[in-house]
Every structure is written in C-alpha cells, then in structure tokens.
Design a protein around this ligand. Structure first.
Ligand code: EPZ
Length: 429
C-alpha cells in the first residue's frame, strides 16, 4: 500500500491547478444513465472514485470513450470522456461496487426512471457516520416507486413509470437531492423538492440535465421545480472546479505561509470557508485566473466554526481547518453538525503533537507552537488530507499510511504541493 512521506518546514509558493469537482463529477457521470445518447463530460478529475464509477457504469452497459491525451498532459483541464448508455444491460448495482463507493447508490433513481426497475445494494456503514438512505427511498416512493429491501438490496420498481410529486425532505441531503432529482426529470408531470440541498454540485448536475433537455428551475435553492419530460438527449458539460480541493490548498498555504495562486478556483463556491481562513489572518484575493492565498509572517489566529449545509462551512473542510488550528495562537472551537463520527483525524493529529479535546460534536483545539513529524494513518478522504496539511509544518518526517483514501479525492496531490516547494513524495509499496 502506498504511503506519503513529508519533510515539514517548507513554505508554499507558486501555482496549483484546481481539478474538476469529484462530488459533481460522480453524479454527472451517473446522469449519463438517463439518456440513450452521448453525454460528454469535460474537466473530469483523474481520481480513483471516477475510475471505480466508470467500472460500475460499464456494468450497467454504459460505453465510455476517453478523448486522446497522454496522462499528465495539460494539467489544468481534466479528462474529456464520452458516456453513451444506448442500452441498459443490467439494472443491478452489486454490493462489491456500492460498498466501495457510497455515491454509486445514486444510480438507483436514474435506473428506475429509465428502466422502471433497479436493484441496488445498500451502501452500508461508513467511517464518518451511519449515513442512512431513508430520505432517498422516501423521495423515490413519493414518485410512485414500489420499494422493498431484500438481502441487503433495495429493489425498486415502477412498471407504469414514475409520477411527479411534492417532496419535502426532512433533512438536507446532497445524495437524496441528486437521486430524486435525476429520477424526477423523467417522471410524468411536476415534482417539487423542498428543503433540497443547495450545494453547487447539485446546481451543476441540474445545469447538465437542462442541457440534456430536462426542465428544472430553482436548483441551488431549497426549492427545486421539475417538469418531467419523456426523454433526455445528449449534451456536453464541463465539471465545475472542486471547492473542497480549493479550500484544502488554501488551508495548506495558510498553514505553511507563502503565496500560492489557485488556478481555476472560484471564490463564490466556498465564500464561507474563505471568510473563515481570512478571519484567521490569511490574505485571500480573487485574480483573473482564480484565487491568490498568502500568509507572510503573522501567526494564524483561532476561529470558532460550525459545519453546515451550503452555503455554510462545509463538513468536507472540517478536518483541514482543524489541522490549521493546531498551530494557531489561541483556542478554537470546531463543531461538526453533519456527520456524527467525523473526528477520526483527531487522534492522528494528536500523534503529531496537536492539543485537541473532544466534547460530543465539538472539538476544542488549543494551538501549540510546533508539531512534530510521526507515522500516522489515513482514515477517510478528508481526514487523510488534514494529516498532509499538518505534516507540511511538522518538524522532521511525517509518513501517512493508507494513502488510497487520498487518491479517491485528490488528483496528484504530491505533485501539486511538490511544485510549490513542499518536500513530499509517494512511497510505493
Ligand atoms: C455528500 O455525501 C458528499 N459526497 C460528502 O462528501 C459530503 O460530506 C456530504 O454530501 C455533505 O456535504 C458526495 O457528494 C459524493 P448527505 P452524502 O446525504 O450525499 C443524513 C467527501 O469527502 N442523511 O448530504 O452521502 C446523513 O447521515 C464526501 O467527498 C440521512 O439521515 O451526504 C448526514 O448526517 C464524504 N438520511 C446528512 O444527512 C439519508 O437518506 C447529510 O448527508 C441521507 C442522508
């Protein structure tokens, strides 16, 4: 298993290209199931999760053709891939796949809408919390699906097709919004989603669906109105930049000091997080090409933050912010309100000398003068990258084990940071 080795103490200076957003790319790829024509996606990030979802879609009968380009060529723009689901050959998404990537559960809505049936494994538990799928199932049931649970699978059918409905989600869920939205575009009549997720990735998927012929209004707000259509056609769509990758590198620069331009980043996708980083004493400046992040001299100041659905502070940046606050000049409080068990990085950061006390859903982080390098274990995607950020300033050598978590969501991280002066290398097993 690969490991990452970091020699701490280097400031970051230069440019980092921001990749296409993983959490938009995955549902966009799934949207290809809704049409028998070709959906072309540009700026797809080269990530393990994208590769795995390609295999899952292949299993359903989706043809894929990658535009010719050598790996590593043109680092700013990602891959262009043509997805064609001319015929769905299999409406089952098996346990082996869905258990490895939760987002693959979102094939349920599109398969049901297109084929009138789907059998999709329950995603099961996950390292960051229980993560149920009740909201997905209630939403699809409201659209007229018959849903049963058999041997760990959701078996759904709608022999006469789905019918539009009024759905008021009891809780904001990104996944349930994607799943039900993708089903509703092919349902008969009007669907109204209330308390829908407002994340930019939902808006990006809706924009793509509209290009495919769907009739959707209000995506990106809590109320989404969908007028069902009979079929969707092909389209071309460019994946929006990854706001979590943007925030992660912004925090890395905040941690080490230096000045880095995040090329292709969009401030409007993560304004709350940028405001927090700014309040901690970091200079954030929009540029023609993205966002410039700079910290020269002054110590990071403490902040108090609660995670919240968009436009609040994203849970996917909570671990990185905690790493940043470990060396702040004071005490910070970070409250996690989305997932009940998303503090696994705490004990690993403690191995580097961080002072963090947990109190239920709140972490109290008391800044220390220095972190010290150590062996640490990556536990999930965002926790892993928080260890990278901490390793960048820890004295001596930090080795991060189980790097496969990082590869799920960060494209060529060692190269992007290495190009800005970090001493970081991948140790292949
Ligand atoms: C998406 O997960 C993201 N994944 C997550 O990013 C992100 O952390 C999360 O949204 C919150 O922003 C992708 O986009 C692929 P949710 P999702 O449904 O859709 C509860 C990363 O690191 N809930 O919005 O699975 C749930 O338990 C990943 O890139 C129910 O109760 O998250 C949680 O407390 C990790 N019932 C809350 O809602 C349901 O049916 C929000 O979860 C569904 C969710």
């Amino acid at each position: 298993m690969d490991r990452i080795r970091i020699e701490g103490g280097c400031r970051l200076n230069g440019e980092i290209p921001i990749s296409g957003a993983k959490n938009a790319a995955l549902p966009l790829m799934i949207a290809a199931l809704l049409s028998d024509e070709t959906l072309t996606l540009r700026n797809l990030p080269r990530l393990a999760d994208v590769a795995l979802l390609s295999r899952i879609l292949g299993n359903h009968g989706v043809d894929m053709a990658v535009d010719g380009k050598r790996p590593g060529q043109n680092g700013v723009q990602g891959d262009t891939v043509h997805y064609t689901a001319r015929t769905i050959v299999d409406t089952t998404a098996p346990y082996e796949f869905v258990s490895r990537m939760r987002a693959s559960f979102w094939v349920l809505g599109p398969l049901l809408a297109r084929c009138g049936e789907a059998r999709v494994s329950l995603p099961g538990g996950c390292a960051i919390g229980t993560r149920p799928v009740d909201l997905h199932l209630e939403g699809l049931a409201k659209l007229g699906a018959d849903i049963a649970l058999e041997d760990g699978y959701v078996v759904a059918s709608a022999a006469k097709g789905l019918v539009g409905a009024h759905i008021d989600f009891a809780k904001v869920s990104v996944g349930a919004t994607h799943n039900v939205l993708m089903a509703a575009v092919l349902a008969r009549g009007e669907t109204v989603l209330e308390n829908a997720a407002c994340e930019p990735e939902v808006r990006d998927v809706a924009d793509c669906l509209v290009k495919m012929g769907a009739r959707i209004e209000g995506a990106g707000t809590p109320t989404i109105r969908i007028q069902g259509v009979d079929r969707l056609h092909g389209a071309t769509h460019c994946v929006l930049p990854d706001r979590i990758e943007t925030g992660t590198y912004a925090m890395a620069v905040a941690m080490t000091g230096g000045e880095v331009e995040l090329i292709g980043a969009r401030a409007d996708l993560l304004q709350t997080a940028l405001d927090v980083i700014g309040a901690a004493g970091v200079e954030i400046t929009p540029t023609n090409r993205g966002i410039k992040v700079a910290r020269n001299g002054a110590r990071i100041g403490p902040v108090n933050v609660s995670t919240a659905p968009f436009p609040g502070f994203p849970t996917d940046l909570q671990a990185q912010l905690m790493a940043l606050m470990t060396t702040a000049g004071g005490t910070s409080e970070i409250t996690e309100t989305i997932f009940e068990n998303r503090f696994m990085h705490v004990q690993e950061l403690a191995r580097l000398g961080a002072d963090i006390a947990l109190d239920g859903d709140k972490a109290v982080v008391t800044g220390v003068n220095t972190l010290k390098g150590a062996q640490v274990m990556a536990t999930d995607l965002r926790a892993s990258v928080s260890l990278v950020i901490a390793g960048l300033v820890a004295e001596g050598e930090t080795v991060i084990n189980r790097v496969y978590h990082l590869d799920r969501g960060f494209e060529r991280i060692e190269r992007k940071l290495g190009d800005c002066g970090a001493q970081i290398e991948r140790l292949s097993a």
